[in-house]
Design a protein around this ligand. Structure first.
Ligand SMILES: [Zn+2]
Ligand SMILES: [Zn+2]
Length: 177
Protein backbone atom coordinates (compact mmCIF):
# COMPACT_ATOMS: atom_id res chain seq x y z
CA UNK A 1 0.00 0.00 0.00
CA UNK A 2 1.07 3.59 -0.54
CA UNK A 3 2.62 5.19 2.50
CA UNK A 4 1.38 8.64 3.41
CA UNK A 5 2.12 10.86 6.43
CA UNK A 6 -0.93 9.23 8.03
CA UNK A 7 0.40 5.68 7.71
CA UNK A 8 1.53 4.12 10.99
CA UNK A 9 3.54 0.93 11.34
CA UNK A 10 1.93 -1.40 13.88
CA UNK A 11 4.11 -4.49 13.34
CA UNK A 12 5.42 -4.46 16.91
CA UNK A 13 1.84 -4.50 18.26
CA UNK A 14 0.21 -7.07 16.02
CA UNK A 15 -1.12 -10.21 17.63
CA UNK A 16 0.24 -9.23 21.03
CA UNK A 17 -2.90 -8.52 23.04
CA UNK A 18 -2.17 -6.24 25.96
CA UNK A 19 0.69 -4.39 24.27
CA UNK A 20 0.27 -0.64 24.03
CA UNK A 21 2.16 2.20 22.35
CA UNK A 22 1.82 5.95 22.47
CA UNK A 23 3.14 8.20 19.75
CA UNK A 24 2.87 11.78 18.63
CA UNK A 25 2.86 12.28 14.88
CA UNK A 26 3.27 15.66 13.24
CA UNK A 27 1.73 15.69 9.80
CA UNK A 28 2.17 18.36 7.16
CA UNK A 29 -1.18 18.06 5.42
CA UNK A 30 -0.51 16.75 1.89
CA UNK A 31 -3.99 17.45 0.55
CA UNK A 32 -6.58 19.82 1.95
CA UNK A 33 -9.94 18.63 3.22
CA UNK A 34 -13.03 20.28 4.67
CA UNK A 35 -16.33 21.69 3.48
CA UNK A 36 -17.04 24.46 0.98
CA UNK A 37 -16.49 27.25 3.54
CA UNK A 38 -13.64 26.07 5.76
CA UNK A 39 -11.04 23.33 5.88
CA UNK A 40 -7.57 22.15 6.83
CA UNK A 41 -5.30 23.52 4.11
CA UNK A 42 -2.47 21.83 2.25
CA UNK A 43 0.81 22.45 4.04
CA UNK A 44 -0.75 23.22 7.42
CA UNK A 45 0.25 21.24 10.50
CA UNK A 46 -1.75 18.50 12.20
CA UNK A 47 -0.57 16.97 15.45
CA UNK A 48 -1.85 13.47 16.15
CA UNK A 49 -1.58 12.27 19.72
CA UNK A 50 -1.90 8.53 19.29
CA UNK A 51 -2.50 5.64 21.64
CA UNK A 52 -2.57 2.17 20.10
CA UNK A 53 -3.60 -0.96 21.99
CA UNK A 54 -3.27 -4.49 20.71
CA UNK A 55 -6.49 -6.50 21.04
CA UNK A 56 -7.41 -9.98 19.82
CA UNK A 57 -9.34 -8.58 16.85
CA UNK A 58 -6.97 -5.83 15.86
CA UNK A 59 -5.47 -2.55 16.99
CA UNK A 60 -7.59 -0.12 18.96
CA UNK A 61 -6.56 3.41 18.12
CA UNK A 62 -7.43 6.40 20.29
CA UNK A 63 -6.28 9.78 19.07
CA UNK A 64 -6.51 13.46 19.63
CA UNK A 65 -5.96 15.61 16.57
CA UNK A 66 -4.99 19.28 16.75
CA UNK A 67 -4.66 21.67 13.85
CA UNK A 68 -5.96 24.81 12.25
CA UNK A 69 -8.74 25.27 9.73
CA UNK A 70 -8.90 28.23 7.40
CA UNK A 71 -11.74 29.55 5.30
CA UNK A 72 -14.08 32.49 5.10
CA UNK A 73 -16.83 33.97 7.22
CA UNK A 74 -20.21 32.80 5.90
CA UNK A 75 -21.68 36.28 6.43
CA UNK A 76 -19.03 38.88 5.59
CA UNK A 77 -16.60 36.68 3.59
CA UNK A 78 -13.36 37.79 5.31
CA UNK A 79 -10.65 35.16 5.79
CA UNK A 80 -10.86 33.36 9.11
CA UNK A 81 -8.92 30.70 10.98
CA UNK A 82 -10.05 28.48 13.78
CA UNK A 83 -8.53 25.77 15.90
CA UNK A 84 -9.42 22.18 15.13
CA UNK A 85 -9.42 19.71 17.97
CA UNK A 86 -11.08 16.33 17.62
CA UNK A 87 -10.81 12.95 19.29
CA UNK A 88 -11.69 9.53 17.97
CA UNK A 89 -11.39 5.88 18.84
CA UNK A 90 -11.49 3.19 16.15
CA UNK A 91 -10.61 -0.45 15.85
CA UNK A 92 -8.39 -1.43 12.93
CA UNK A 93 -9.24 -5.09 12.44
CA UNK A 94 -6.95 -7.90 11.28
CA UNK A 95 -9.71 -9.56 9.28
CA UNK A 96 -11.59 -8.02 6.41
CA UNK A 97 -14.87 -8.77 8.17
CA UNK A 98 -17.51 -6.29 7.05
CA UNK A 99 -18.33 -5.59 10.67
CA UNK A 100 -15.17 -3.48 10.84
CA UNK A 101 -14.84 -0.31 8.89
CA UNK A 102 -11.05 -0.10 9.13
CA UNK A 103 -8.39 -2.76 8.70
CA UNK A 104 -4.73 -3.34 9.30
CA UNK A 105 -3.01 -3.56 5.90
CA UNK A 106 0.42 -5.14 5.59
CA UNK A 107 1.49 -4.28 9.15
CA UNK A 108 0.28 -0.70 8.88
CA UNK A 109 -2.82 1.34 9.59
CA UNK A 110 -3.92 4.36 7.57
CA UNK A 111 -5.29 7.10 9.79
CA UNK A 112 -6.16 9.42 6.92
CA UNK A 113 -9.85 8.49 6.39
CA UNK A 114 -10.57 8.47 10.13
CA UNK A 115 -8.93 11.84 10.69
CA UNK A 116 -10.59 13.33 7.63
CA UNK A 117 -14.06 12.17 8.77
CA UNK A 118 -13.58 13.33 12.36
CA UNK A 119 -12.24 16.75 11.36
CA UNK A 120 -14.82 17.40 8.62
CA UNK A 121 -17.65 16.50 11.01
CA UNK A 122 -16.30 19.00 13.54
CA UNK A 123 -16.22 21.92 11.10
CA UNK A 124 -19.09 24.43 11.05
CA UNK A 125 -21.15 24.62 7.85
CA UNK A 126 -21.58 28.37 8.42
CA UNK A 127 -18.34 29.55 9.99
CA UNK A 128 -18.39 33.16 11.21
CA UNK A 129 -15.60 35.63 11.99
CA UNK A 130 -17.40 36.40 15.25
CA UNK A 131 -20.77 35.35 16.65
CA UNK A 132 -22.37 38.75 16.07
CA UNK A 133 -20.97 39.35 12.60
CA UNK A 134 -23.43 41.66 10.82
CA UNK A 135 -22.49 40.50 7.34
CA UNK A 136 -22.45 42.78 4.33
CA UNK A 137 -24.66 45.73 3.44
CA UNK A 138 -27.30 44.34 1.04
CA UNK A 139 -27.25 47.59 -0.93
CA UNK A 140 -23.54 48.34 -1.45
CA UNK A 141 -21.71 45.30 -0.03
CA UNK A 142 -19.50 46.97 2.62
CA UNK A 143 -18.69 44.91 5.71
CA UNK A 144 -21.03 46.29 8.37
CA UNK A 145 -18.71 45.54 11.32
CA UNK A 146 -16.12 47.86 9.73
CA UNK A 147 -18.71 50.58 9.15
CA UNK A 148 -20.74 51.11 12.31
CA UNK A 149 -23.85 53.17 11.70
CA UNK A 150 -23.64 52.52 7.97
CA UNK A 151 -26.92 53.27 6.21
CA UNK A 152 -28.34 54.55 2.96
CA UNK A 153 -30.95 57.17 2.11
CA UNK A 154 -34.30 55.47 2.61
CA UNK A 155 -35.27 54.23 -0.84
CA UNK A 156 -38.56 55.59 -2.20
CA UNK A 157 -41.43 53.34 -1.16
CA UNK A 158 -42.73 51.71 -4.37
CA UNK A 159 -46.33 52.66 -3.45
CA UNK A 160 -45.41 56.34 -3.40
CA UNK A 161 -43.56 55.91 -6.67
CA UNK A 162 -46.80 54.66 -8.21
CA UNK A 163 -48.70 57.67 -6.87
CA UNK A 164 -46.04 59.86 -8.42
CA UNK A 165 -46.75 58.26 -11.80
CA UNK A 166 -50.49 58.81 -11.36
CA UNK A 167 -49.91 62.44 -10.50
CA UNK A 168 -47.97 62.76 -13.73
CA UNK A 169 -50.95 61.37 -15.63
CA UNK A 170 -53.47 63.75 -14.10
CA UNK A 171 -52.98 66.45 -16.65
CA UNK A 172 -53.77 63.99 -19.47
CA UNK A 173 -57.19 62.82 -20.63
CA UNK A 174 -57.85 60.21 -17.92
CA UNK A 175 -57.51 57.14 -20.19
CA UNK A 176 -56.17 55.27 -17.21
CA UNK A 177 -59.72 55.03 -15.87
ZN1 LIG B 1 -17.99 37.93 9.38
ZN1 LIG C 1 -24.28 50.08 2.06
Amino acid sequence: MIKTPYTVDVRDLMHRPGEMRERVIDVTVPEEFGNAMIGVKTGSALRIDLRMESLHDGILVSAEVDGTAAGECGRCLIDIEQAVQVEFQELFAYSSDEAFEYEVHEDTIDLEPVIRDAVVLSLPFQPVCQEDCLGLCPVCGVRLLDNPGHEHETPIDPRWATLGDLAGLEGQSGQEN
